[in-house]
Design a protein around this ligand. Sequence first.
Ligand code: AMP
Ligand code: GLY
Length: 419
Amino acid sequence: MKVLVIGNGGREHALAWKLSESKNVDKIFMARGNGGTEDFCENLDLDPKDIHGLLKFAHEEKIDLTVVGPEDPLCLGIVDAFKEKGLKVFGPNKDCARFEKSKEFTKKFLEKYSIPTAKYKSFENYDEAIEGLSEFSYPLVVKADGLCLGKGVIICQNLEEAKDALHKIFKDKIFGDEGSTVVIEEFLTGEEASVLCLVSDNKLFPLERAKDHKQIFDGDKGPNTGGVGTYSPVAASQELEKNLQVIYRQIEDGLDKEKLTYSGILFIGFMIEEDKPKVLEFNVRFGDPETEVLMPRLDCDLFELLNKTIDGKLKEEDIKWKDETCLTVIMCSGGYPASYEKGKEISGLDDVDEDIIVFHNGTKKSDALYTNGGRVLSVTALGKNLEEARKKAYDNVAKINFDGAYFRKDIGTKKNNNI
Ligand code: AMP
Ligand code: GLY
């Protein structure tokens, strides 16, 4: 069978790596892939947003399964386009991708189905939004409605900052049309956690949990990034588990009532306080770097799992996990998440231990391997427990080098590892 994986990051490298283990998979194409996927896949010169080009390729090459990594092609309707041509594709359709494309759409859904979330109001112009601020206390959160490369959320400590945020979005149009609607939201406190669910015909199958580390500096300090380290599994209290189950059922009920047909992955971001989860956001794709620790722990055939999900035939018992803990440390380019340089030569990959998996987030191969993004490499280890996985990962990070390399030293060291 031939598989096409769309995307360039560590998430897509991890998905392709797991798919390559399947006895059903003979060949994997990547659009575009990176320096790491080149070793076992065929990287294509096709942009993940080039729906027409991808469709033409999949049709001509008779691809048996296409797996969509990032949100952009999903929001552009790649799944609808592929299905129309009779091609099998993993991911939600354009209607359902609105859960990531529009924060207002998600908030309305959450409100309608009484799913716990921060109190909010949405606005389409600056003056009304300024007036609306009086209904909130500080800090509050200003969010551009659309896709803003993870930068559309501004936490405001006072009226001045809130006015400034609204001015930047509505008047300076820093997010262009993606900021034509703004959501103002109550600020939630607690511990952030995410759950990735396979969704098969509107039924949610939560995967084992992975704990992300979003801030760039140790001790969860500094600006947010896409995620610079993860581990899995994560323990949870019975009370929290019970509350999460209620939310999963509410989401399924809402999808049915809205006559949506959701298939693919739903990434639910939560804020949790005293075992009470509130939904912060939905994403309609796998998390990155969550996928880098989930794939090595998955103890079943990913190709079969994704096909069953698409066919609406997935069952709880199809999803199997290894007992081991998996931890990944992301080596970043110096300066990330602000500006950084690319094109630094990477050395030491030949020296890493055999049981270490290095997923590539942002690399490019020519005469040698070079950095090509803010997040560069996910150095990933399985161990019998968190301590062992962490030690193995960091021992191997130490063997890899590039100019300006930066990584957090404290992934998986928090005293309270439960969410
Ligand atoms: P989002 O893209 O909505 O997940 O927001 C990005 C990040 O902003 C989240 O991961 C949180 O750290 C933070 N955030 C978003 N909404 C809220 C909120 N209502 N209260 C507190 N923090 C928030
Ligand atoms: N790691 C967070 C995300 O993928 O959005």
